[in-house]
Ligand binder design. Structure first.
Ligand SMILES: CC(C)(COP(=O)(O)OP(=O)(O)OC[C@H]1O[C@@H](n2cnc3c(N)ncnc32)[C@H](O)[C@@H]1OP(=O)(O)O)[C@@H](O)C(=O)NCCC(=O)NCCS
Length: 318
């Protein structure tokens, strides 16, 4: 293929959504991975319907037929203190590496030309060459996000702490639990860049997602007060089908008392009841408490994703 033609976009439409969807299907068929994270896809769909506050994309097309062969996207979905960038290439050969270099270079330059700022690059299952590419542009490694998996159902336990008379585990109540959940969750994730700053619009947007199921959003009440939760998400079309612990937290007032273990089990048991045989979750590699909890419950590492950060100078002032 001749050098691809690059196109910079600051808006999305349904045509772009279709093109990216097709590219991701091809990537999935070749590499078995989804190619773009849930956050980028949410931002792409949001931008195509006129929502969202930031959108910048660079498309690389085969000059012979105009087909999208690689794609990079920047948006501020999720963490408010950083813009996020991800890129995806269709092929896996050496030309894909060169294309990824060109694409990342281009999208970072465009981001700088638009004003720059803190930028976070996400790479799924990074290789040494990804570290090298990021580092050559000035990115530094921020953190590793580990995907853990376990076999469901969990083995029965006789000695684990289970909810006492004052404790209840029940489904999330839409329209009632939001504020109490936000308080407990934001307190638990106070140090976390993406999950510590949710507000009512964030949770209501998730409630509208097609996968949302209040029954699989297990809530812990202690003395009638929401004290933690285990929110699950079913990936029925993944291979294998997986039940994810999408978000789990215990209010810091109740840490270290066994409730995290109770909630993890409650979420996984619910997933097993839905017929799932594989449990899955993402955890920050540096989250010692959560890592140790999950490993003790039978989870092991499937793969690692990585984030890199850079402060991109405002090229308009150069
Ligand atoms: C992770 C979290 C849910 C654990 O909840 P918890 O109620 O404090 O945990 P538990 O008391 O049930 O402890 C269960 C296991 O976790 C591990 N653990 C808990 N706190 C720990 C700590 N401070 N250091 C190391 N291990 C710890 C231990 O393995 C413990 O088992 P043990 O008591 O038999 O040794 C809680 O710390 C939390 O809400 N953290 C913030 C949100 C978060 O990080 N969620 C996970 C994102 S993937």
């Amino acid at each position: 293929m001749d050098d691809p033609a690059l196109q910079v976009m600051t808006m999305a439409d349904s045509g772009l959504v279709d093109e990216v969807t097709l590219l991701l299907h091809r990537v999935k068929a070749v590499r078995g991975v989804s190619g773009l994270s849930e956050g980028r896809l949410r931002a792409l769909h949001g931008a195509s319907s006129g929502q969202g506050t930031q959108f910048l994309a660079v498309a690389a097309r085969d000059p012979s037929d105009g087909q999208l062969v690689a794609y990079a996207q920047v948006d501020d979905e999720g963490d408010r203190s950083y813009s996020n960038v991800e890129l995806v290439t269709a092929s896996t050969d050496a030309s894909a590496e060169r294309l990824a270099d060109v694409l990342l270079d281009s999208v970072v330059a465009e981001f700088g030309a638009a004003g720059g700022g803190p930028l976070r690059l996400w790479v799924a299952q990074p290789q040494t060459r990804d570290d090298r590419r990021a580092s050559s542009l000035g990115f530094t490694i921020e953190r590793d996000l580990v995907q853990l998996r376990c076999t469901l159902p969990l083995a029965a336990v006789s000695s684990a702490r289970m909810a006492g008379p004052e404790a209840t585990i029940r489904p999330f109540r839409v329209g009632e639990d939001e504020q109490a959940w936000l308080i407990a969750n934001n307190r638990a994730f106070a140090e976390h860049p993406e999950q510590g700053h949710w507000d009512i619009t964030t949770i209501e947007a998730r409630e509208r997602e097609p996968w949302f199921d209040a029954d699989g959003f297990r809530v812990l009440e202690l003395d009638g007060k929401l004290a933690g939760s285990c929110w699950t998400k079913i990936h029925a079309n993944s291979d294998p089908p997986m039940g994810e612990i999408y978000a789990i937290s215990v209010d810091p007032d109740h840490h270290g008392q066994g409730w995290g273990r109770v909630l993890t089990r409650a979420g996984l048991d619910w997933l097993a009841e839905q017929g799932l045989r594989t449990g899955m979750l993402y955890v920050d590699g540096a989250n010692t408490a959560a890592m140790s909890l999950y490993r003790s419950m039978g989870f092991s590492t499937d793969h690692v994703d990585r984030s890199y950060v850079i402060d991109v100078p405002d090229a308009r002032q150069a």
